[in-house]
Structures are given as structure tokens and as C-alpha cells.
Design a protein around this ligand. Sequence first.
Ligand code: BYC
Length: 331
Amino acid sequence: MEKRTIFAALQDNYYRLMKTLEEEDQGKLKAFQEKIDRGEKIEPKDWMPDKYRHHVARQMSQHAHSEVIGMQPEGNWLSRSPSLRAKKILLAKIQDEAGHGLYLYSAAETLGISRDQFIQWLHEGKAKYSSIFNYPTLNWSDMGAVGWLVDGAAIVNQVSLQATSFGPYSRAMVRICKEESFHQRQGYEIMAQMMKGTAEQQAMAQDSLNRLWWPSLMMFGPHDKDSPNTGHALKWRIKKETNDELRQKFIDKTVAQAELIGLTIPDPDLKLMPDGHYQFGEINWEEFYNVIKGNGPCNKQRLAHHIKAHEDGAWVREAAMAYADKQVIKN
Ligand code: BYC
């Protein structure tokens, strides 16, 4: 373990010593930009400016953390699923999220930063995960709303990210998107079932939508004008579309799905415009910033659970390392 801690400290220092764009070799920087502009992928062994490496590592690792932390609000309902069928489907979905986290950590590690380091940054509060997972899941219909809205929002974002410029991220997204569409459907199926049920079940479904609608819109991040990372992200094609463009796409496709099953979007300002897009009300940005600063309803619980699970699993990692060391000695 000692060796890994020293390695982590070195990596931390690397980021403090990161070159600015002005300090980079300008010829290489120009060739790098031209490659991106031609639509070619950047692969791990290709030259890239430190800032690009850092930007992609930040986004991918936060994405991986979101997948893993996102298992907690759903895991909360596994033992209380209303049928064996529902339980099996939810279990499969949660396992998929673990797999997504794994692909993403592995793809991010190709940038030269270890998974241990990413996790350490998460535990130290230096890395974020999606704000949505800091809200509680209070009843079974929240499982429907999470699948329908949270995975639905994630798909809109991730379909766009399939075309991202960093090769390993782009390829991970192709695979993840296939699974996400099953997740979105399982959530929508739960909501549709609830809406065919008793008045009480319908009220539960509407209540889930009321609580999770606005936090789902926040998943896309701040408005473009307040998004410090969007400039470089677009220039380097890390993001192909902006936060506001993706949020609009999500709203436009989700409103009709709500109406089809008799749900009402909790936004009195929602209005279909002649251009076919929905105009919508103001998002509570104070709430958003509060949640990403660590003060949401479940931030402390989510992180504490992750830290505990990580510590409880230390013996597995130590055993794997000891086994790997033995193999080196043997060969
Ligand atoms: N939550 O400059 P901006 C899933 C941060 S999981 C928290 O616009 P960017 C699932 C942002 O990081 C799928 N933080 O940033 C799993 C930045 O802070 P830093 C999750 C947020 O990167 C289990 C600052 O605010 N999907 O589907 O250009 C069960 C300024 O923002 C949020 C992804 O992770 C937020 N919502 O754009 C069920 C997608 N929004 O880092 C389902 C990958 C912003 O400078 N990520 N921040 O300290 C992205 O596409 C982009 O990173 C974002 C933000 C659109 C989220």
C-alpha cells in the first residue's frame, strides 16, 4: 500500500506542475488542434497538452464516480422491490452501473492516473459526481423516475459524448449507451405501470416526478454562460454540444413521454413554442451550487458509504497486490 500512496502523491504533484497552454510547444499544440478539427481521435499515447489531459481525466473520472455513487439510491430499493421480476431487473441495472464505472475508470487510467488516485480525490472532496445522486429515493416510484429521468438525461448527454475526441472515452460511451437505453425503458415502464394503478399509486408517481424533474435538469450543468469548462471542451471536441443544448433536447423528448402516461411536468412556465422546442421555467441554481458544494440532502451519507465500502474492501485489494507481486517473483 505504501508504494501506491507515494505514487498517488507524485500524481497530485504532476497536476500542480501542469503546463499552461502558453508553456506548451506551440508547434505541437497547433498540430494537435488540426487533428481534432479533422475529426480524428486522440489516443492515450498521442501527444496532448497537459490541459487537455487534465480536462478529460476530470470529466471521465467524475463520470465514473457518478456511475458508482449512483448505485446507492437504487440499491436502497432492491430488498423492497414489489415483485421478483422487478427485483431482477433492478439488480441487473445496478450491476450495469458498476460495469460502466469500471469501463470509465479503466479508460481514464489510460491518461496516466491510477484509479486509486481518482478515488482518493473523490474521498478528499476534490472530485465531483453528479448532483442528482445527492437526492433521496423515498418510494418505489422513485425507481421509475430515476430510470426514466436520470438515465434518460444521461443518455442524451452520453449519445453526444460518443463523438468525443478522446478515443477510449468515445468507445466506452458507445457500449454504455446501449445499456442506458434499457435502463431508461425499465424506469418508464415502472412509471407507466404506476399510472395504470390506484389513485394512490398515481399520486406517488406524480410526486416522484415533482421531486426529481428539476434535479434531472441540473444534471446537464450550469447555463452555458456560467460554464467555465465549456470553452475548451468545445474547442477540443471533448463535448460536442453545450449544457443548454443537451438540456433542451432532454426536455423536448421527455414532455411527450410524461403526457402519454398522464403525468404533469411540474413547471407552470413550460410552453411549446412555434419552433417545436419547449420554453421552460428558471432552474433553482442556488440549490444546484449548494448540492455540488456538498450540502445536498444526501451528500454526506453518499460519500461516507463510499468511503466505508472502499475501506471494507481494502483486504481484497491487498490480496490482489500480494498475488500480483508473487507472480512477478515467480516469473
Ligand atoms: N453535478 O463548466 P461546467 C448515470 C460541475 S451517471 C455535479 O459546465 P463541464 C447513472 C462541473 O464538474 C451519468 N457537478 O462543467 C448512474 C464543474 O466543476 P469542476 C453521469 C456538476 O464538465 C447510476 C462545474 O460544475 N453523467 O447515468 O463542462 C444510476 C462547472 O460546470 C454538474 C456524466 O457524468 C452536475 N450535474 O459540464 C443511474 C456525464 N454539472 O469539475 C444513472 C459526463 C456541472 O470544474 N459529464 N458540474 O470542479 C459531462 O458531460 C460534463 O462534465 C457535465 C458538466 C455536463 C456534467
